[in-house]
Structure formats: structure tokens, C-alpha cells
Design a protein around this ligand. Structure first.
Ligand code: NAD
Ligand code: IPM
Ligand code: MN
Length: 347
């Protein structure tokens, strides 16, 4: 589109704080974008009783893309138990807008201190399935509250759903230098789902002879992500393993405040949604302590998706420059955002 129509959901906690900075940076790129803000989140729900109506989804779907800060309220609030916001808002959007690829890149930028002593050159991307797995809500509780209670959470893995995300991972690897795909699963125990994932990877791999293929059980993957993170290129995995691995990936690359993501609908039938990997961080909310870098890097992902490669590169470069000069002096969320936005505007 000549103008990108962006829906913005700042959300809760640090969400609005980091989104403000991300939009500063977006404005600084001078890319033609119009924004419409939506109030959804835990606080909106507590005020109005509404989480997300079908008509809200229709309205969001009229946009070219969505920027989301973070959602989730006070964990001790009994009105918010059971993941009502996470499921009713975030997952509902990912499912309704068919965000089957959750793209989560990990790089250790120069100047950033990893908690690992010698991480090496880390540059990998997790292609996390976004619409299936144990996230679908298939299950239930019977004999609730009794000593005989049974709770099930059945993971759904369809040939269609697995194949499309695996195919995406291979195609994505073709655009990278090392061209390597690692399937991460737990095929030694989760033999039904694991079998489908493995056979899908084996079949799709024959169409991509240039791509090197590897497999790791998820437990071992956590070892290697800490001991040899530079060996990963593209990791393809299911919704839950991908969730866990990407918080670990964020931690080894210098912190959750740096981890960006795109919930992609690659066909473009629905708008993709860009968001930091982190949540609403109630422990630091409202204090200007949040690092807005993850939200800003999510803007770069958004720009690349719209072919704005130059603007995306300028954002990435400004972030890298800012990271390389981060010293001992703590800066506020707004100070970091403004510094990066200024650097983008000057390039
Ligand atoms: P979290 O990511 O919000 O916080 C984990 C830790 O990381 C906290 O100590 C927090 O202060 C820190 N942190 C997070 N983002 C940071 C940033 N930008 N800068 C500096 N420090 C940062 O995870 P949580 O505590 O497990 O979840 C809090 C709430 O957020 C829950 O309601 C959860 O469901 C929700 N959540 C939402 C999303 C989302 O909207 N996409 C993602 C994850 C969690
Ligand atoms: C994430 C979050 C979400 C997820 C939650 C809040 C539903 O942890 O985006 O990583 O598990 O996908
Ligand atoms: Mn997560």
C-alpha cells in the first residue's frame, strides 16, 4: 500500500510506554503510515467488561498491520485469572488473523553484554508455529476441585498447519547465509505430534536440497542454546516450545527488552501483528524503566514486511548504534526512544 494503515494496541503495563517510543521511531522514518489506536487490554476489560468483540476483529482486519505493546494485568487480580486476557485478546487475534508464523529473531548486537561468557556470533531466528499446538484450548477439567480431577490440554497438530510453517522455515533459510533448519521437538516422548513434525520436515527438505537439516529434542536444545548458540540458524518448532525457547533466546542475547517478533500471515489475507516478545511487566510498569528496544525492533520487522528495507535498515542501524553506546548510566524508556528516533531522523 502507498500508505500503511497501522492499528495500534498499546495494551497494559509497560505496553503503552514502549509503544510510544516505537511510534516515535516509526514517525522518524518518514514512511507514510496512518495509525489508529485501540484500547484493548486488561484495564479496558476491567472498565468496560469487554475483551474483544468479533466486530473489533473485523475493524482491526481492515488495517494493513497491527502493532501491539503487551497485554496482561495484575497477576493477583482474581478478575483476570485463567489467562482471560491472554486467551481472549492476544491468542484470539493470532488465531482469527491466522498468524501461523511467529518469527522471533535473535542476535547479539555488538556492545550488548550477554550473560554467556563467550557466546560467539549469535544470529538465529525461531520460526514458531502460531495457531496450533497446546495453545488451541482443546481440553478441559472434569470432577473439578475433587481429588479425582482430570485436566487435559490436547495439542493439535494438523498436516496443513505443520507443513505451512515448516515450508516457511525452509524458504526463510534459503534467504540466509548458512541455510540450516533445526527442527526442535520432543519426538522421543510426544511421538504422535513429533512424528508428524519430523515426517513433514523430511518431506519438505527434499524440495530444498541446499538447506542443511538438523533435529534436536527440546531439552537438549536448551543446553545448546546456552553452550553453543552460534550453531543455530533457523529453528522451526511448535507453539509452546517456541514460546519457551524464545524467552531463553532473549535472555542469552542480552535481555527480554531487546527481543522483537512478528506474528505473520504470510499470504497477506489478514494483517500481521508485530510485538515485543515480552509481556506487560507489571513489576516495572509506569516507571519509565522498560527498555523500548524490543518494540522498536518490531517496527523494523514491520517495515521489512512492507518492503521498506531502507527504513528498516535505518531503524536497525540506529538501534545498534544506541546499544553500542549504552553505558552504566540508566536512561528512561523515553530517553532511549528519543535517542533512537533522533538517529533515525538524521540518516
Ligand atoms: P514479562 O515479559 O512481562 O516480564 C518478565 C520479566 O522481564 C520481568 O521482570 C519484567 O520486568 C522484565 N521485562 C519485560 N519486558 C521488559 C522490558 N521491555 N524492559 C525491561 N525489563 C523487561 O513476563 P511475565 O511477568 O511472565 O508476564 C507479565 C504479564 O504479561 C502476564 O499477564 C503475561 O500473561 C503477559 N504477557 C503478555 C505478552 C504479550 O502481550 N505479548 C507476552 C508475555 C507475557
Ligand atoms: C508470548 C506470550 C504469549 C504466548 C502469552 C501471553 C499468551 O508469552 O507472546 O510469548 O505464550 O504466546
Ligand atoms: Mn512468551
Amino acid at each position: 500500500p502507498s500508505q500503511i494503515k497501522l492499528a495500534v494496541i498499546p495494551g497494559d503495563g509497560i505496553g503503552p510506554e514502549v509503544v510510544t517510543e516505537a511510534l516515535k521511531v516509526l514517525t522518524a522514518t518518514s514512511v507514510d503510515v496512518s495509525t489508529t489506536e485501540f484500547p484493548f487490554g486488561a484495564s479496558y476489560y476491567l472498565k468496560t467488561g469487554t475483551i474483544l468483540e468479533d466486530s473489533d476483529i473485523d475493524e482491526l482486519a481492515q488495517h494493513d498491520a497491527i502493532l501491539l505493546g503487551a497485554v496482561g494485568g495484575d497477576p493477583r487480580d482474581p478478575r483476570l485469572t485463567g489467562g482471560i486476557i491472554e486467551r481472549g485478546l492476544l491468542l484470539k487475534l493470532r488465531f482469527a488473523l491466522d498468524h501461523h508464523v511467529n518469527l522471533r529473531p535473535t542476535t547479539i548486537f555488538s556492545g550488548v553484554t550477554s550473560p554467556l561468557a563467550e557466546p560467539g556470533a549469535v544470529d538465529f531466528v525461531v520460526v514458531r508455529e502460531g495457531t496450533e499446538g497446546p495453545y488451541v484450548g482443546n481440553g478441559g477439567r472434569i470432577r473439578t476441585g475433587t481429588a479425582h480431577e482430570i485436566a487435559t490440554e490436547v495439542s493439535i497438530n494438523t498436516a496443513f498447519g505443520v507443513e505451512r510453517v515448516v515450508r516457511f522455515a525452509f524458504a526463510h533459510a534459503m534467504g540466509r547465509e548458512r541455510k540450516k533448519v533445526t527442527l526442535v521437538h520432543k519426538t522421543n516422548v510426544l511421538t504422535h505430534a513429533g512424528g508428524l513434525w519430523q515426517s513433514t520436515v523430511d518431506r519438505v527438505a527434499t524440495e530444498f536440497p541446499e538447506v542443511a537439516v538438523d533435529y534436536l529434542h527440546v531439552d537438549a536444545a536448551t543446553i545448546f542454546m546456552v553452550t553453543q548458540p552460534s550453531t543455530f540458524d533457523v529453528i522451526v518448532t511448535d507453539n509452546l516450545f517456541g514460546d519457551i525457547l524464545t524467552d531463553l533466546a532473549a535472555a542469552i542475547s542480552g535481555g527480554i527488552g531487546l527481543a522483537a517478533s512478528g506474528n505473520l500471515n504470510p499470504s497477506g489475507e489478514f494483517p500481521s501483528m508485530f510485538e515485543p516478545v515480552h509481556g506487560s511487566a507489571p513489576d516495572i510498569a509506569g516507571k519509565q524503566l522498560a527498555d523500548p528496544t524490543a518494540a522498536i525492533l518490531s517496527i523494523a520487522l514491520l517495515l521489512s514486511q512492507f518492503g521498506e528495507t531502507d527504513a528498516a535498515a535505518r531503524v536497525n542501524a540506529a538501534v545498534e548504534a544506541d546499544l553500542s553506546t549504552r553505558g552504566a548510566t540508566a536512561r528512561s524508556t523515553a530517553e532511549i526512544g528519543s535517542a533512537i528516533a533522533d538517529a533515525v531522523a538524521q540518516n
